[in-house]
Design a protein around this ligand. Structure first.
Ligand code: PMP
Length: 351
């Protein structure tokens, strides 16, 4: 017996690289545009003396703004340090049963890590041939369900009917819908929180609000589930979100015009770049997110293209596992200029 036997050992999630040098960074689905000018204004105007005090314990500044923007009652919202924190708290709070939690075999690769670290039993459900989620596959005994919609890293979206099918067939489990990318396409499951007592919808400001560096995530759900979530949060760390994040998040939510402008620009760039990728012979399923998950034309291997791009200071993401996706590259949608440079570089590599 040694102390090592008492240590909680896990294989951690691997985040995308954050290189210090200036590169074309299309590897972590960040927003290519800066946050709303109202974020800068709010932070510039912040009295730093308040940093002497602990932040708002119930994240009121941010949660009030979220509730009025989304038209959700105050007791139905919860915020955290990025949606990773919110999701992690959801796993801890909602998945304490013995049956396995279900999620797709190809999805956000943090889900199995949280399951492992919290010792939650889980089972992965294979996507179909076209990387689609089949709602009927989620009709078996389980201790919870997690669906990313649009899914990551595929970008494929599931309609609201299909999401509702999963929620309504799992009334004895909590169903988490991770909508990290919903502002770029797909239908939100937000209306379901009024209709069902077992669904939670998770969002982030890291992508469509251009605030990845602030770490702001939130979720909406029935009051009872939000209460359980708060009970867990207050049992781990009462003051999760810092004061500047609360101020910046509220300011970002307050500038809807800017939000609509940058998200529609990204969608437009995605359409144009997708067309050019197809011209180069890449194949991919239609993306509803701020990235495209594409396989290069034979005989080129995704890993080769990944390395060649990196040598030229263009960073995209390549997942070696699971094997079914190792032939793909996940390419974040940047500015039109960045995508033009990528297109030209890919043309050279494929020559
Ligand atoms: N869910 C999905 C599907 C994601 O891709 C990400 C980004 N890595 C997150 C949640 C977490 O994002 P954040 O913690 O920045 O809100």
């Amino acid at each position: 017996m040694s102390f090592v036997d008492n240590i909680r050992r896990v294989i951690p999630y691997t985040p995308g690289e954050q290189p210090q040098k200036k590169v074309i960074k299309l590897n972590t689905n960040e927003c290519p545009y800066p946050p709303s000018p109202s974020v800068k204004k709010a932070l510039d105007g912040m009295d730093t003396d308040v940093l002497r005090l602990y932040p708002e314990v119930a994240c009121d500044t941010l949660n009030d703004a979220l509730c009025s923007y989304y038209g959700v009652p105050r007791e139905c919202v919860f915020s955290g340090v990025g949606s990773d924190d919110v999701l992690s708290m959801c796993f801890l709070a909602f998945f304490a049963g013995k049956d396995p939690v279900l999620f797709p075999d190809i999805t956000y690769s943090f889900y199995d890590v949280w399951a492992e670290v919290y010792r939650i039993p889980y089972e992965t459900v294979p996507l179909d041939e076209a990387f689609g989620i089949r709602p009927q596959d989620y009709r078996k005994p389980n201790g919870g369900v997690v669906i990313a919609n649009p899914n990551a890293p595929t970008g494929a979206a599931l309609g609201l009917d299909a999401i509702e099918d999963i929620v309504s067939h799992n009334k004895d489990s909590v169903v988490i819908i991770d909508e990290a990318y919903i502002d770029f396409g797909g239908e939100t499951a937000l209306p379901l929180i009024k209709k069902y007592d077992n669904v939670v919808v998770v969002r982030t400001m890291s992508k469509s609000r251009a605030l990845a560096g602030m770490r702001i995530g939130y979720c909406f759900g029935p009051a009872q589930l939000i209460k359980y979530l708060n009970d867990v949060k207050y049992s781990v760390n009462s003051y999760t979100m810092n004061t500047p994040a609360l101020v910046a998040g509220a300011a970002a939510i307050g500038d809807d015009e800017y939000f609509r402008d940058i998200t529609s620009r990204i969608i437009k760039t995605r359409t144009a770049f997708g067309q050019r990728l197809r011209e180069l012979g890449f194949t991919f399923v239609e993306s509803s997110a701020n990235f495209i998950f594409a396989a290069p034309p034979a005989p080129f291997e995704a890993s080769f293209i990944f390395e060649e791009l990196k040598k030229r200071d263009i960073y995209v993401r390549h997942f070696k596992k699971p094997e079914r996706i190792a032939g793909h590259l996940r390419i974040t949608i940047g500015t039109d200029e960045e995508m033009e440079t990528l297109y030209e570089t890919l043309s050279d590599i494929l020559e």
